[in-house]
Design a binder for this molecule. Structure first.
Ligand code: SF4
Ligand code: SF4
Length: 259
């Protein structure tokens, strides 16, 4: 929640053809002001990218840099960046010169000032975008024009979007059920496969689970180091073991990223 920054309440919906203007750079007096007093939710791929970049295990990263919160409706565990660094509730990765993890910054930081909404329909996952104009942000006083697609490319979002889509389907599907439809043990499995990827790797490679997943020795060897492939298997695990295979339509989640 952004407590200190005034913001326009209603985001402006963007179609693929809509244009917006934006340019964020260190010369602005608001530079890095948006990196505190805010909530940044992390997807499994965000966690993977950050923990790999920082040379930490997933558990070390989760312990050092994040907090666990529960979704109000489904009670599913969600992971947010721990902003309790110093009096100003700043992001742990913020340095005077800017973001210290810029090349691996989370999805929400990349999309900003665009908010991303996700909705399950009868034809599958649909995403919509909105422009969020916060008063403190001077990036809008620019003539640099963007459309959603050019912004996504500029911010390196293609890999993130690809890895996050399947996650959203899983989350929307499970969120539609009371308590995510999961008992305590399943909630633990959900946490492990989604967020604590190194623990999931260990389970996959050192328990009968690997056999169930038909891992041949070559693939098992590759999974020792290939986090992206491991996360895809974790998504399959979440879908089959936790039964998030058949999402119902009409459930909406809006990731404005800076809510
Ligand atoms: S407030 Fe806006 S312009 Fe200023 S640093 Fe943040 S995103 Fe950039
Ligand atoms: S990860 Fe980087 S861009 Fe995102 S809030 Fe932290 S310092 Fe800012």
């Amino acid at each position: 929640m952004n407590d200190n920054h005034d913001r326009t309440i209603e985001p402006i919906e963007l179609t693929p053809e809509s244009c917006f203007t934006f340019h964020c750079h260190p010369g602005l007096s608001c530079f890095t002001e948006c990196c505190g007093n805010t909530t940044i939710m992390l997807s499994p791929y965000d966690i993977l990218r950050l923990k790999r970049h920082l040379g930490l295990s997933s558990w070390e990263f989760l312990t050092k840099y994040t907090c666990l919160v529960r979704d109000e409706d489904s009670n599913l565990p969600l992971i947010i960046l721990n902003m309790q660094q110093g009096a100003e509730n700043r992001c742990p990765f913020l340095q005077p010169e800017g973001c210290s993890v810029y090349d691996h910054r989370p999805t929400a930081c990349r999309y900003y000032p665009i908010g991303l909404g996700s909705l399950m329909t009868e034809t599958g996952l649909q995403e919509c975008h909105a422009y969020i104009q916060e008063e403190h942000c001077q990036g809008f006083n620019s003539e640099t024009q963007w459309q959603v697609d050019s912004w996504r490319r500029n911010q390196g979002l293609e890999d993130y979007d690809e890895m996050n889509r399947e996650w959203k389907v899983i989350l929307l599907s499970l969120s539609a059920r009371a308590n995510g439809g999961l008992d305590a043990n399943q909630q633990d499995q959900f946490f492990m496969a989604a967020y604590d990827l190194d623990r999931f790797r260990s389970l996959l490679l050192n328990s009968p689970l690997g056999k169930k997943c038909d891992l041949d020795p070559e693939k098992a060897e590759a999974l020792q180091t290939n986090d992206d492939e491991l996360l895809k298997i974790a998504y399959r695990y979440l879908k089959t073991v936790l039964g998030s295979e058949a999402p119902s339509s009409g459930n909406c989640t809006v990731e404005c990223g800076r809510c």
